[in-house]
Write a protein that binds this ligand. Structure first.
Ligand SMILES: Cc1ncc(COP(=O)(O)O)c(C=O)c1O
Length: 420
């Protein structure tokens, strides 16, 4: 009985349908050591998978705070004081650490207020339905899957969901003119998780203001990395890492910014930056505030200490991050290989000339000691199938040297998609 339920011949064909939808990933999962790998040991940005040591270029710990001695040494005192895990949902009891982080975060962002919840996945599923109510959601075609899932929850609550072409304000404008009733929410990534590029924010923000809509942004990859511009900035990422809205010189008028600490700040924690009235509403209307387990103490502590590190040394860390990212981008240009990244931010997707070569490329990287994220279909369009490299402030220049040498070898064996 159990056998027939869990095989491709299962009654109704449901399992076969799911397997077909995920076929490319299922094949990679069966054969490629970069997929679903078990990490046995970590030493700086070097990791051990079974008998193989690799340099980690798949980490989103952009500022390297996961390995930062100041953060590591501060955490035990918080554990002594608060225990390992608060256990209450925030509504039932919030350790004062949350308030401390919200105050510091709101000041850093230059926003009106902010609310912390454990993850962006929770935030999208909870906040988008509240904002959209019975109105319309306009979703960028390349928005992160967790935003899409939040929109699907909103649709189940009565909202209408329409999609527009990626980063195409003209397409959005046509849709906004057609649908004028009810609340309107425009959803997209800040710094996009696959291209590494920011949206045409000024144009989208202007459309939101003109049509009395809310522009809802997920800046998981920009927060902590890019920030406000300044004549004395040490690198083009700007200062303070206060996110894509500040980086692009926008205000928060008609913008709800969400982002997470789980990337640049290495903590299981996320936030929504919004006016105080929306924060009050979310405290009673957003299910994770009422019902979900909280972030662990170590994450609250590392976010709080991380905000201090950001104030003291963040711009220095970002300058190192920029310099190393630039080396990878310049090398790809010398190789004549294309990348989706036009921003210089530290997410570098490298498409292959031939999508069917992904398994071979992944094995080659693994065998040469490079750990990268495979960009498979349908996570990316077929013509963009390849691998994603992320540099962090904790990678050394020597590790980048090794990466560049392996990219040279790889390009000889598995052609990369040519630039232009
Ligand atoms: C753009 C983007 N949004 C949301 C998420 C999910 O974040 P969380 O783990 O906080 O739910 C990710 C994670 O990779 C992401 O890249």
């Amino acid at each position: 009985m159990a056998g027939s339920t869990w095989t491709a011949e299962a009654p109704g064909g449901w399992l076969a349908r799911w397997l077909a939808a995920c076929a490319d990933l299922a094949d990679l999962h069966a054969s490629n050591p970069l997929v679903d790998a078990v990490i046995d040991e970590v030493h700086g940005r070097r990791i051990r998978v079974g008998g193989q040591w690799l340099i980690d270029f798949a980490s989103c710990n952009y500022l390297g705070l996961d390995l930062d001695q100041e953060v590591l040494q501060a955490i035990p005192a918080y554990l002594e004081r608060w225990g390992t895990h608060p256990s209450w949902s925030r509504m039932l009891g919030s350790p004062a650490l949350y308030e401390e982080i919200e105050v510091r975060l709101t000041e850093l962002l230059g926003a009106e207020d902010s609310l912390l919840l454990p993850t962006l996945t929770h935030i999208h599923a909870a906040v988008i339905p509240v904002l959209a109510d019975q109105g319309t959601i306009f979703l960028d075609a390349r928005a992160h899957k967790t935003i899409y899932d939040g929109c699907v929850v909103a649709r189940a609550h009565g909202a209408t969901l329409v999609r527009f072409g990626h980063d195409d304000p003209a397409a959005l404008q046509r849709l906004l003119r057609r649908r004028t009733d009810g609340p309107r929410v425009i959803c997209m990534d800040g710094v996009n998780s696959m291209t590494g590029n920011p949206p045409r924010l000024a144009e989208f923000a202007a459309l939101a203001r003109e049509h009395d809509a809310v522009l809802y942004l997920d800046d998981a990859h920009g927060f902590g990395v890019v920030g406000e511009r300044s004549p004395d900035e040490p690198c083009p990422y700007g200062r303070r890492g206060n996110g894509v809205v500040r980086h692009l010189g926008e205000t928060y008028e008609h913008i709800v910014l969400t982002a997470g600490f789980s990337k640049a700040y290495s903590s299981l924690l996320a936030f929504v930056a919004c006016p105080p009235a929306l924060k009050r509403l979310l405290k009673v209307a957003a299910p994770p505030y009422l019902y979900s387990g909280p972030s662990p103490t170590a994450s609250l502590a590392s976010a709080l200490v991380g905000l201090g590190v950001n104030a003291d040394r963040g711009d220095q860390l970002r300058a190192a991050l920029y310099a190393r990212t630039r080396r990878v981008l310049d090398h790809l240009a010398e190789l004549g290989a294309s990348t989706l990244n036009t921003s210089g931010f530290p997410i570098i997707e490298v498409p292959l000339a031939e999508p069917d070569e992904l398994d071979r490329a992944g094995r080659f990287l693994f065998d040469r000691g490079i750990y990268a994220t495979l960009a498979f279909y349908p996570g990316v369009p077929r013509e963009e199938v390849g691998f994603r490299l992320q540099v962090t402030a904790a990678n050394s220049d020597e590790e980048v040297d090794e990466l560049l040498a392996v990219l040279d070898e790889l390009a000889e064996v598995v052609p990369l998609r040519p630039a232009g």
